[in-house]
Design a protein around this ligand. Sequence first.
Ligand code: B16
Ligand code: MG
Length: 269
Amino acid sequence: MIRGILFDLDGVLVDTAKFHFLAWQRMAGELGIAFGHDENEQLKGVSRRASLEKILAWGGQTLPEPEMERWMATKNAWYLEYVTTMTSADVLPGATEFLRSAREAGYRIALGSASKNALPLLELVGILNLFDATVDGNDVTASKPDPSVFLEGARKLNLEPHECLVVEDAAAGIEAALCAGMFALGLGTPEALPKAHRVLPDLKGQDPRSLVADLEARAAAIAHAGAEGAAAAHSAADGASAERLAASQPAITHSAADVAATPNTHLPS
Ligand code: B16
Ligand code: MG
């Protein structure tokens, strides 16, 4: 039974990706490395250091540690310059209302973000007071898909992982939620987040209680079909079995292989 909801920050509550993009692009430009929107997509949910390492690798460069530190500080200073323009109007559609109704419905609320700037940002846009607990890049160093950030969030909420729902916009974040043994709601498109239990475009107009009831029902269906699907998928190269499995859970976007492979098949209903 879901009793707590853990929210990612960037892409779920606020759109800071555009500011990360501007700051990384400025840095990449100075280093002579090409950096576009495709590259930026791959940095969503990834820590500052891991992002820098990826950008340098794309440019075939390595830097000594003091230079790494200098670029991380410079990029962050640029990023902070850009985000200071944000106000409560920049909270993503439906997010504030969803947080409020989730609290009123009795769910415990936590933040699970890779960002070291998460708390001042939540304060800046006026929603920090809606959280019972926060976990950010200052508490946890391992990047999503490592589940640490969400496991620590559950611990702070005094809940078991299977009592938690994660709301995420990045594939790595969905992986992290599933690795943690939690329910996963993706915000975006089913194509980009195929492993989420459910995908919505945003939180606008969503009622937390109905959403939770729906997710619990879907997870129960996956668990049921997963047990049968795992056997079917392994017993033969039988495409029809996989199709039957998919048809038995029409609301879920997983393939039979995903259902058999991802930890969400073990979620209790
Ligand atoms: P910072 P999230 C992540 O936030 C961003 O998606 C990612 O692009 C960024 O590099 C990371 O935070 C670290 O951010 O430089 O502020 O510590 O999506 O996990 O909330
Ligand atoms: Mg995100």
